[in-house]
Design a protein around this ligand. Structure first.
Ligand code: NAD
Length: 304
């Protein structure tokens, strides 16, 4: 059987496929026309957020049985076309949870201790000691909005740091909450009580602009907002206003309503914001886990 790997994949994942006896063809991010040629006789395709597996590609692959996405989002795969053909789609949703959680906590530290700001000043030759007064995290309250895979990891780290953990999720898992010393509260209460609010919800209709002007106004003026979920979970215009006018103290953002974040965006002008270019899952460990998990699922789907 033949597997087309159409995006960079960890070598351990390739090993899993080869050990299972599959022939592996590798080509990085082929465009649609090239993909159509490549899929003619393959049993499986592995992609990441690219390339696009369109209906045209699926229709050109008569032997195709499974599409693997090393990572989470499936928006580059025509799921309807796959379903119509009975093609299985597999991904690795848990592979990057710890990495995203560690980045979120990293952003909390970076904002709370003004690390990025201080670094910028150092490079300008400015010893900005007086402007870099920060806060400690121990004893502070963190509000985790969305207590799923990533939210759980964030809460676990925050608990280990000695923070009080508040949780909000429409499907509260009390068992897991106990493990991290967390308490479920209504969203409004979480926003009012937390020194740090961190978002870990999926982007769906009910979470679009979940954090809007009204909710930002509920937060403490000393609070920090972290978004490593999806840009559109926060109303960016309202957030810029909140940061400019001091409704909240700072923000750490890994995701944006428009990515890449446009050059000269108002967020880039604010000293109380730390920005990273959607790197939550960008660790060696997460990439390896994502690749291996998807390769194992492909083996299972083709052989099982
Ligand atoms: P998950 O499905 O395990 O958890 C999401 C949780 O959010 C669930 O418990 C769900 O009940 C809850 N939820 C749904 N609607 C909600 C609402 N309105 N209010 C509060 N909670 C709500 O997902 P996960 O693996 O923890 O990932 C969370 C999100 O993180 C993903 O959907 C993705 O958008 C984002 N993510 C970002 C990166 C990055 O690079 N920054 C990487 C991976 C995932």
């Amino acid at each position: 059987m033949k597997v087309l790997v159409a995006a960079p994949l960890h070598e351990k994942a390739i090993e899993v496929l080869k050990k299972a006896g599959f022939e592996v063809i590798y080509e990085e991010y082929p465009d649609e026309d090239r993909l159509v040629e490549l899929v003619k006789d393959v049993d499986a395709i592995i992609v990441r957020s690219k390339p696009k597996v369109t209906r045209k590609v699926i229709e050109a692959a008569p032997k195709l049985k499974v599409i693997g996405r090393a990572g989470v989002g499936l928006d580059n795969i025509d799921l309807k076309a796959a379903e119509e053909r009975g093609i299985k789609v597999v991904n690795s949703p848990g592979a990057s949870s710890r990495s995203v959680a560690e980045l979120a906590i990293g952003l909390v530290f970076a904002v709370a201790r003004k690390i990025a700001f201080a670094d910028r000043k150092m490079r300008e030759g400015v010893w900005a000691k007086k402007q870099c007064m920060g806060i400690e995290l121990e004893g502070k309250t963190i509000g985790v909005v969305g207590f799923g895979r990533i939210g759980y990891q964030v809460a676990k780290i925050a608990n280990a740091l000695g923070m009080n953990v508040l949780l909000y999720d429409p499907y509260p898992n009390e068992e897991r909450a106990k493990e991290v010393g967390g308490k479920f509260v209504p969203l409004e209460e979480l926003l009012r009580e937390s020194d740090v609010v961190t978002l870990h919800v999926p982007l769906v209709e009910t979470t679009y602009h979940l954090i809007n002007e009204e909710r930002l106004k509920l937060m403490k003026p000393t609070a920090i907002l972290i978004n490593a979920a999806r840009g559109a979970v926060v109303d960016t215009d309202a957030l810029v206003k909140a940061l400019q006018e001091g409704w909240i103290a700072g923000a750490g953002l890994d995701v944006f309503e428009e990515e890449p974040l446009p050059k000269d965006h108002p967020l880039t002008k604010l000293d109380n914001v730390v920005l990273t270019p959607h790197i939550g899952a960008s660790t060696v460990e997460a990439q390896m886990r994502a690749g291996v998990e998807v390769a194992e699922k492909i083996v299972e789907a083709l052989k099982g």
